[in-house]
Design a protein around this ligand. Sequence first.
Ligand SMILES: [Zn+2]
Length: 286
Amino acid sequence: MTQRTEDAFRADIVEVGRRMYARGYVASNDGNISIRLDDDSILTTPKSVSKGFMTPDIMVVVDLNGKKIRGPRDASSELLMHLEVYRNRPDVRAVVHAHPPIATGFAVAGIPLDRAVLAEVVTTLGSIPIAEYGTPSTPELPAAVRKYIKAHDGLLLANHGALTVAGDVFAAYYKMETIEHFAKISLVARQLGREHLLSREEVLRLQELRGNYGIKAPAPICADGSAAAPEEDPASCQIVQAPSSSGARLIPSDPADLDGEIRLSYRELTALIEDAVKALLGGQHG
Ligand SMILES: [Zn+2]
């Protein structure tokens, strides 16, 4: 990889901000982006600026404690969350935070994006858990992020938004795109009333592909995520909801709703019709 200069990193942040704004992942002055320049300094977006209209000269350089080194403005109040990531993940070189509306809707509803539905997502991000709610700009939010960031490259933040991390800022941004796209597809499938999950066997096969294709994941998929699996620790592995199957690779999310049909015996059906007729006649006479 070629050595990028600070000027190039500033231009990268401007470009990622433009894309986030253009795709509606942020409104007003929401969101923030940062890049690790070296062991001691972080380049980041300033507070109170639309991510769609930034210029390279407005960025701020801070140390790993958040103290400003140089720059015309102050860093975003959500910088604490970024610093927490860099402290816990030496492999991470960039952090992107936004409020993409569909993914944030899941974060508001308290529904994590952790079902094994799309092979691509299982292979790259694994699961996208929800970090517990913390008041923005307070130490509560970094504490909530700390619990999940060791094992995940993408998180939902309860009643707030989403956070993605990677080895460079465009990779972190693309993970944000993947999360929002996954959220959209999950929403549509749930509106249609049916969601087929990948079986646990298939998920483990996909996990092997990670190794074959050299996909870097911060942690493996948990060995048993078929149920809620409370014994699994989100700091050590990625909890993916994927039921075990005997041979089938796709399984309905609700086995009772196998193909949307209700099956009754002839006797049950006759009894139901008799009850309905009685109710109808009773209504007429009463
Ligand atoms: Zn935010």
